[in-house]
Design a binder for this molecule. Structure first.
Ligand code: NAD
Length: 430
C-alpha cells in the first residue's frame, strides 16, 4: 500500500522548494519529533481480552504544544498518523495558532464495539498516553469516529491518573464537561466560510453552485448544512455505505434525519446510511466524484482522489474538508487543469481554531458565548484567506496550497532560527 506519509513529505518538499524555503526548515519537518506506539488491552463484554494498536505522534512543537485529533478506524497505522500530524503542524502555523502538530489513533472498527467496550478502549488509550500528552505538551481532540463523549471519557481518565482537574488536556469535549460552544459545528462552519470567501472572489451566486459532498459525518454534514442554508444546491452526498444523487437538490436535514433513523442508545455511531433517504437515486462512490458539479467537497478520508481517478473529476472548485483527500500527484494534475482547490490546512482549520478557543477558555476558566466563538472563527479564517488569496495572485503558477505552505514554513523557520540548531530543539524535549 502506498505510504500517505511519504506522499505528504513529497508535497512538503515540493511546496517548500517552490516557496523558496530553506533546507533547514524542510529538514526539520521531514521526520516526527516523537511517536508513542502502544498495544491497548481491552476487556470485552464477554470477558475476553482484545488488543488494539494505538499511536500518538508529536510531529513538531516548535510553535507550541502539539495539537491534533485521535482517530478510531481500522486503517489507522503509524504511517497515517505521522502524515496527519505533519498536516496538523502546517495547519496550526497557517492560521497563527500557538501550537505545533500532533495526531493519534487506534486501529479498530469502533462500530463493532458496544458502548462500554468503546469507553474501556478510550480510557485505555488515555492510560497509555497519560505521560505523553498534557495541556502544555500535546492536546488531543476528536477526528474520524471519535466524538465529544469519547473526549469526555479521556479527560476523566487523565484526571483520575493525575489526581487533579485538567480540562485543557483535551478539546472537543461536551459543553457540560468543559467543551466550547460551537466546537461541534466548527469544522463545517469554517469550511463553509472559506467556500463563501472563494465564491465572493469568483463573483458567483450561491444558487448557481451545484455541490457534491463525500462523507457525511461531523465535518461533511455541517458543511453541507451551512451551504444548503446559504442557497447552494447539494446534489449528492455519500457515506461509507454509498452515495445518493438528486438533480433538483437534496434537503440536507432530511438526509440527516434518515441517516440517524436507526441510531440506537447502545451505539455511538449511526447504523443507518444516507442511502436510506427517500426521493433520491443511489449512485456509486465513483459516480459521485465524477459528477459535473461546480463544487466537490471530499469530507471523508485521505487519498479519495489519486492519479487513478483524477481524470474523473469535473468540479471547478474543491474544498478539502478531509485531511489529505487529494494525493500529491492528483493535486498537480488538477492544478494544471485549473481546478481551484481550497486546501485542507485552510479549509478544515475551523475545527482546530475552535479547539484552540476551547483550550483558552479552559485555561482562563471563563466560557465564551456562541456568538463570540463564531465571530472570532470567521474573523481568523477571513484574515488568513485574504492573505492566501493575495499570495496566490502574485504569481500565475501559485495556488492557495502553495500560499498556505509558504506561510506555515516561514513561521516555523523563524522558530527554528530563534531556537538555534536542529540538534538543540530536537533534543530539548519540549
Ligand atoms: P466522522 O467520523 O464524523 O465522519 C466520517 C464520515 O466519512 C462518515 O459519514 C463515514 O460514513 C464517511 N466515510 C468513510 N469512508 C467513506 C468513503 N469511502 N466514502 C464516503 N464516505 C465515507 O469524521 P469527521 O470528523 O467528519 O472527519 C472527516 C474528515 O474531516 C477526516 O479526514 C478528518 O480528519 C477531517 N477533519 C475533521 C475535523 C473534526 O473536527 N471532526 C477537523 C478537521 C478535519
Amino acid at each position: 500500500m502506498k505510504s500517505v506519509f511519504e506522499d505528504a513529505k513529497k508535497r512538503l518538499h515540493k511546496l517548500g522548494k517552490l516557496s523558496g524555503m530553506s533546507n533547514r526548515v524542510i529538514a526539520s519537518l521531514s521526520r516526527p519529533r516523537s511517536i508513542l506506539c502502544a498495544s491497548l488491552s481491552v476487556i470485552m463484554d464477554d470477558g475476553s481480552i482484545e488488543y488494539f494498536d494505538a499511536y500518538r505522534c508529536q510531529y513538531s512543537s516548535l510553535l507550541g504544544p502539539c495539537k491534533g485529533g485521535i482517530r478510531f478506524h481500522p486503517d489507522v497505522s503509524q504511517d497515517e498518523v505521522q502524515a496527519l500530524a505533519l498536516w496538523m503542524t502546517i495547519k496550526c502555523a497557517v492560521v497563527d495558532l500557538p501550537y505545533g502538530g500532533g495526531k493519534g489513533g487506534v486501529s479498530v472498527d469502533p462500530k463493532k464495539l458496544s458502548r462500554l467496550e468503546l469507553e474501556r478502549l478510550s480510557r485505555s488509550y488515555m492510560r497509555a498516553m497519560a505521560d505523553f500528552v498534557g495541556p502544555d505538551k500535546d492536546i488531543p481532540a476528536p477526528d474520524v469516529y471519535t466524538n465529544a463523549r469519547i473526549m469526555a471519557w479521556m479527560r476523566d481518565e487523565f484526571e483520575v491518573i493525575k489526581r487533579q482537574k485538567q480540562p485543557a488536556v483535551i478539546t472537543g469535549k461536551p459543553v457540560g464537561m468543559g467543551g466550547s460552544l460551537g466546537r461541534d459545528e466548527a469544522t463545517g462552519r469554517g469550511a463553509f466560510h472559506v467556500t463563501e470567501f472563494l465564491r465572493n472572489k469568483e463573483g458567483k451566486a450561491a444558487e448557481d453552485i451545484r455541490v457534491a459532498v463525500q462523507g457525511f459525518g461531523n465535518a461533511g454534514y455541517n458543511v453541507a448544512k451551512f451551504l444548503y442554508e446559504a442557497g447552494y444546491k447539494i446534489v449528492a452526498i455519500s457515506d461509507s455505505k454509498g452515495a445518493i444523487y438528486s438533480a433538483d437538490g437534496l434537503d440536507v436535514e432530511n438526509v440527516k434525519k434518515y441517516k440517524d433513523k436507526h441510531r440506537t442508545l447502545e451505539s455511538e455511531y449511526c447504523e443507518g446510511s444516507v442511502c436510506e433517504t427517500l426521493e433520491s437515486e443511489t449512485i456509486t462512490h465513483e459516480e459521485l466524484l465524477a459528477l459535473d458539479v461546480d463544487l466537490l467537497i471530499p469530507a471523508a478520508l485521505e487519498n479519495a482522489i489519486t492519479k487513478d481517478n483524477v481524470h474523473l473529476i469535473k468540479a471547478r472548485w474543491i474544498t478539502e474538508v478531509a485531511n489529505g483527500p487529494i494525493s500529491a500527484e492528483a493535486d498537480r494534475i488538477l492544478h494544471e487543469k485549473g481546478t481551484v482547490i481550497v486546501p485542507d490546512v485552510l479549509a478544515n482549520a475551523g475545527g482546530v481554531i475552535v479547539s484552540y478557543f476551547e483550550w483558552v477558555q479552559n485555561k482562563a476558566g471563563y466560557p465564551w458565548t456562541l456568538d463570540e466563538v463564531r465571530e472570532r472563527l470567521k474573523e481568523k479564517l477571513e484574515n488568513t484567506f485574504e492573505e492566501m488569496w493575495l499570495y496566490q495572485h502574485q504569481s500565475k503558477k501559485s495556488s492557495l496550497r502553495l500560499a498556505a505552505y509558504a506561510k506555515a514554513l516561514k513561521r516555523i523557520d523563524q522558530a527554528v532560527e530563534i531556537r538555534g540548531t536542529k540538534e538543540y530543539f530536537m533534543n530539548s524535549g519540549v
